[in-house]
Write a protein that binds this ligand. Sequence first.
Ligand code: PA5
Length: 479
Amino acid sequence: MTKRYEDASWKESMRIKLDVNNMFAENVGEEHGYTKADVDAMQEKAKVAHKSIKAAKEAGNLGFMELPESHKEIAKEIKEFADANKGKYDNFVVLGIGGSALGNIALQTALNHPYYNLNDEARNGYPRLFVPDNVDPTRLKGLLETLDLSRTVFNVISKSGGTAETMSQFLTARAKVVEELGEDAVADHFIATTSEHSGNLIKIAKEEGMKTYYIPENVGGRFSVLTPVGLISAAFTGIDIEELLAGAAYMDQICDTDELWSNPAYLNAALQYLADQDGKPMSVMMPYAHDLKDVADWYRQLWAESLGKKVNRAGEVINVGPTPVKALGATDQHSQVQLYMEGPFDKVVTFIEVEKYKETLEIADGYEDISGVSYLGGHTFNELLTVEKQATELALTENNRLNCTVTFPEVNAFTIGQFFYMYELATAFAGELYDIDAFNQPGVELGKQYAYGVLGREGFTEKKEEFDARPEKNSDLIL
Ligand code: PA5
């Protein structure tokens, strides 16, 4: 059967678009806005960055760029596995954190029914999805005591195979399963998604006879949503993961040029970079669609962990990085927009607009004698949300505030695949502009090592000693 994403005109109609008009002086004024010449001046740098990205891909160092092709077959296999298990479980739980959790949540919120877990009809036989994404005792205990474990499968996701949060979740869930269902149940109730050749999780999974999926070595956590990390829970909840990859492949084609004016990933990154250099490090992503709210959360991790770095590639201390912020329209018009409109000129707002929402809902008529209320009747919520976006966009622009818009024709697996890929590539390109390694995260290590030391992990005694020798807090400063 032909898939809709095999049809060129359907694909073109589903292309997500980047509108950067309001980043330019014509719209936001000369003081803050850019000129075409500013972008042209970056073209040479862009060519060098493009070459470097291509070379890194050829050398096998940018695995995320290979996924749209390399994971086509894997996606088929995952889909078969998920289909074969449909009806066997009522609950699917992702045990993971950071890049091993956020993509799962983003996909679920974007592509499934807004009340998926509560709505049996919408779930259509697929299991509920839970991603605790933390080690909060109340939340995890609450989840484990709520679920019928005999009808639950856990996907333990950890590329390193040793992350303390994830392994603690696993140990506890496993003990509960053993207590209720016996040792033999482990293989049937746990999947492991991890590195094939390193880490403790793969050893455990093999010992336990768990079904295993692999995260390619050259794909880092926050770039891994299109590997089994994101694909398994998506397939188990009925998302078309092949279409998701097709969307990423389409964006890969669109972005296969070193011309800034033709490459949305590069142009976006270049403008965000310019803004950051000009004292506008706050990068707000504000979707006007509730189903994209967790996509903004996914972006926040990608941009922050990749671009916030102490040293450049030559090892010089530069302490760079924009600060990504997530917001939601129209909700945050009543929370954040006052600041965006009148506060410091330190932000770029990226709106996300949806042309066709999944549903249409009319605002009911009423109170004809009260014109301040009755004007709403007969319009739709779709109109209201879209008009509010356009109105906020105009108001920001008139206040000389830099902003741009990513437009989704619809929110579906194809457009979400495009979005993930566009932002992953933008991140790699921004890494080139900052001249940093966008794929490591040394800044999270020290905190982890102290925690390991305190919890008694072998090899971290020194860190425990450092922790114990930390300066005492001045009680005068604790009120
Ligand atoms: O992007 C990253 O590399 C991190 O956010 C990781 O995803 C996170 O720390 C979890 O790591 P792991 O998958 O090894 O458990």
